[in-house]
Design a protein around this ligand. Structure first.
Ligand code: ADP
Ligand code: MG
Length: 398
């Protein structure tokens, strides 16, 4: 048993750029036209609300995915990633289809293909990726990847210059949904491209309108506990939750659960009598939407205890009503609370991935150590920890 906590620190642009340019020269030859970066994210609250037309409250991380890009005139695409050695790809942009190319390349190729139709001429590029968002941890390395590539193309290809960031985010949603075949509701791409530094973003997922919400708790920080667990049921269970929400909408005669925001929850549940599963799922969605707004108010009031209480309430609802937590996430949340966290919750789709803990700024190390020890005591692989700081959106580095 080791008491060494593994931290995943954020890299700065200056840390990454020289090495990426050198690797570009070695792998793809010559110099890129520039380097772009797009952040991963955490979601403070508002889980499984996006596809129900509700609200969520993510912020961008200082952890970013970088790409060095050079356009080419022949309509071909070459992509390589420093995190996927031996898995480079080259082909015609006009030949990119859903699932082809597959694997990690689809997130980049899909973004390029989605944008190419808007460019008014052939689009081609050489792209080398260096991702500093932990992969597959629920911190949205996938959106960071497509968003960095999409922003690069928008900056470099004259025909794409008029696209705004909301349109770029939509192209990246298509990359993930259609080309990579991964379900995503649009939160990740929106915050990666449209975040406001020092703020969380209140996203209304019915139309993706945004309200920046200042982070007002300078004496607290958000720790991310990457449980490193990935339970294979995640995809099927995600689809099942969406199906149940659709079924509830049909019973309730609404297009989206969004329409029931502010309604009496018990009254709504009464109309779902006989469908106990739908009752639990709908109770989560309705109460979670309320908690998002309550957390925004708690931030405005600089009330860390209330923020923490709402995070815990969200976790309990996801665990008991939405049933998307797992042993590792529950352990992370419980251990963090026992060690003095102001609040904690699972974040992301569930069945693994990361938990968040709101901790007093001088207590982060203790909470990290306690969570680490709790995992080892249960015979689980040690989690990875990182500090989440509300950061800037995707930008051009050079
Ligand atoms: P998350 O978005 O939470 O990190 P996902 O499963 O949605 O988890 O996305 C992870 C996938 O995104 C990886 O398996 C890989 O296919 C792709 N990916 C993300 N970043 C990179 C990178 N830097 N290089 C190659 N592939 C990446
Ligand atoms: Mg993802």
């Amino acid at each position: 048993m080791t008491d060494e906590v593994t931290w995943s620190p954020a890299a700065t642009d200056e840390d990454v750029e020289p090495g990426l340019r050198a690797a570009f020269a070695a792998e793809l030859g010559g110099a890129p036209d520039g380097v772009w970066a797009a952040p991963g994210r955490i979601n403070l609250i508002g889980e499984h609300t996006d596809y129900n037309g509700g609200w969520c409250l993510p912020f961008a991380l200082a952890h970013r995915t970088y790409c060095a890009v050079r356009t080419r005139a022949d309509g071909r695409l070459r992509v390589a990633s420093r995190q996927a050695p031996g898995q480079a790809w080259e082909g015609e942009v006009t030949q990119i289809r859903p699932g082809s190319p597959g694997g990690w390349v689809a997130y980049v190729a899909g973004a390029v293909a989605s944008l190419a139709g808007r460019a008014g001429g052939p689009v081609g590029a050489d792209i080398l990726v260096d991702g500093r968002v932990p992969l597959g941890a629920g911190l949205s390395s996938s959106a960071a990847l497509s968003c960095s590539g999409a922003l690069a193309l928008a900056d470099l290809v004259p025909g794409l210059a008029t696209l705004d960031r909301a349109e770029l985010a939509q192209a990246c949603v298509r990359a993930e949904n259609d080309y990579a075949g991964a379900a995503t509701g649009g939160m990740d791409q929106t915050v990666s491209l449209r975040a406001v530094d020092g703020h969380a973003l209140l996203i209304d997922c019915s139309d993706f309108s945004l309200t920046p919400v200042a982070w007002t708790l300078p004496d607290h920080e958000v720790l991310v506990i990457d449980t490193r667990a990935h339970h294979s049921l995640a995809d099927g269970q995600y689809a099942a939750r969406r199906d149940t929400c659709d079924r509830a909408c049909r019973t309730l005669g609404v297009e989206s659960l969004r329409e029931l925001h502010g309604a009496d929850v018990d009254g709504v549940l009464g109309r779902l009598e006989g469908d106990a599963e739908a009752q639990r799922r709908v109770r989560h969605v309705l109460t979670e939407n309320t908690r998002v707004h309550d957390l925004v108010a708690a931030l405005a009031a600089e009330d860390a205890d209330e923020v923490g209480r709402l995070m815990v309430a969200s976790h309990v609802s996801l665990r008991d009503d939405y049933e998307v937590s797992c042993r590792e996430l529950d352990l992370a949340v419980d251990a963090a609370q026992r060690a003095g966290a102001t609040g904690a919750r699972m974040t992301g789709g569930g069945f693994g991935g990361s938990a968040l803990a709101l901790v007093p700024r001088d207590g982060g190390e203790d909470v990290a150590l306690a969570v680490h020890a709790a995992f080892l005591a249960e015979g689980l692989e040690a989690p990875h920890l990182l500090r989440a700081t509300p950061s800037a959106p995707a930008h051009r580095v050079s």
